[in-house]
Design a protein around this ligand. Structure first.
Ligand code: LLP
Length: 419
């Protein structure tokens, strides 16, 4: 079933009218389909049937407690990159023993909290971090399970800002230094070497970069094995792309089948637990951003639809020149025109879509597509704009999962000068 489709010229989410949701909750509002999120996760799970695979949901894509809660109930693990994200997993009822802690800049207090919570693994990104983690683990009195994030120097073929597996990126330990780093880790008394990981980028639309990265990891795993450093798991990170416009990313099934096939050619390929850290491919196409057209205007040859959502709500177009679909919630018969869909923020970079052919009138509602990942999660309060409400549709009911912020809350932590 299509999550967002027209019924009698009115755009619906799982059969419910988006117009009614806008009426009830106002705009801008993020609308998520619980069914779409669960279906995406279950597709990974069934693609992994019969294999030792833990799919961790990368919280950074959308860290609303309702999203975490429902994925926890589905048996997901979680990939976190901060103490804040750990607190969210715990608050939403997630199991810390299924959490992997990634990130290049883990602070000591974050390490301590993760050790105390009993996370499954720290994905360590530098030799200094190994030293620090060993010291903190010693203080806490626990051994820290570690995996080294190796930078395999593989081109993910994606936007430079979201490509992470090249030598020049800040992420991971360089492939040619990894053996030494493992040797060092194996010597540290408070660390327990468990695995190896990589994450080469996001919105990857072909299988080859994943396999190239896997091959690079396998080279290292074999070299380590020969030295008696035996690993329990391989974590291939996240990064599977979704369709925003006309991309043709591989299916979840096809990706897993290719990875399994490659592993089956390795003599110890079935011995490892496999882990993944998917964000976008679980939630990206499960959400839209609902917004209302405030004004239509024309400047020279250009027509603008000025809507009540802006770059602070959905940063991806401004930041990455990203394409998001724009669909009117109610279709009308007027003559379509070519519009730039822009927000009220005082920046020329404040646009959501450019050159879209739409039949519009002031007051119409629009649904900005593929907004479930890196939408609300990257939203800000720029221009003192309260962040949008978030709702989740579940079997005919609509649940408010984050209230719209109030203006007062935006400066509640601020103080005027004394006197
Ligand atoms: N694991 C690690 C270590 C990561 O850095 C990321 C994403 C993921 C997993 C999840 O990747 P995914 O499956 O969602 O592609 N804000 C950008 C995306 C940044 C991704 C950063 N890392 C965007 O809106 O496109």
């Amino acid at each position: 079933m299509d999550t967002f489709c027209y019924r009698e010229r009115s755009l619906t989410v799982d059969g419910l009218d988006l117009a009614a949701i806008a009426e009830r909750f106002g705009t801008p509002t993020y609308v998520y389909s619980k069914r779409a999120i669960v279906d995406a996760f279950r597709e990974f799970r069934s693609a992994a049937a019969g294999r030792k695979v833990l799919v961790c949901y990368a919280l950074k894509a959308n860290s609303n407690l309702a999203v975490i809660d429902l994925l926890a109930r589905e048996g997901a693990g979680f990939d976190i990159v901060s103490g804040g994200e750990l607190a969210r997993v715990i608050a939403a009822g997630g199991d810390p023993s299924k959490v992997v802690f990634s990130g290049v800049g883990k602070r000591e207090d974050e390490m301590r909290a993760a050790l105390e919570a009993g996370v499954r693994c720290f994905n360590v990104e530098s030799e200094s971090e190994l030293q620090r983690l060993d010291r903190v683990a010693g203080q806490v009195g626990r051994r820290a399970p570690v995996s080294l994030r190796v930078n395999p120097d593989v081109d993910a073929g994606t936007h430079p800002y979201i490509s992470t597996g090249l030598r020049e990126n800040k992420f991971g330990i360089a492939h040619d230094r990894a053996l030494d780093a493992y040797r060092a880790a194996a010597q540290l008394p408070n660390l327990e070497v468990r695995g190896i990981d990589c994450h080469i980028g996001s919105q990857i639309t072909s299988i080859e970069p994943f396999l190239a990265a896997l091959d690079k990891l396998l080279e290292l795993v074999d070299a380590l094995h020969a030295e008696g450093i035996v690993l329990e798991h391989l974590d291939l990170g996240g990064g599977l792309g979704i369709r925003y416009e006309d991309e043709q990313p591989p299916s979840r099934d096809a990706l897993f089948a290719a990875v399994f096939e490659r592993l089956d050619r390795h003599p110890r390929g079935r011995s490892w637990q496999l882990m993944f850290e998917f964000g976008r491919s679980i939630v990206g196409n499960a959400g839209v951003l609902l917004t209302r057209v405030e004004y239509l205007k024309r400047n020279g040859e250009r027509r603008f639809a000025i809507v009540d959502a802006a770059m602070n709500d959905l940063m991806r177009p401004a930041l990455y020149d990203a394409y998001h679909s724009v669909r009117p919630v109610q279709l009308r018969d007027d003559e379509p025109q070519r519009y730039d869909v822009v927000g009220p923020v005082c920046e020329s970079g404040d646009w959501l879509a450019r050159g879209r052919v739409l039949a519009l009138a002031e007051g119409d509602l629009l649904a900005i597509g593929s907004a479930g990942a890196y939408g609300m999660a990257m939203a800000s309060n720029y221009n003192t704009r309260p962040r949008a409400a978030e709702v989740m549709v579940d079997a005919g009911a609509v649940h408010l999962v984050r209230e719209r912020e109030s203006v007062e809350s935006l400066f509640a932590l601020e103080r005027r000068l004394p006197g």
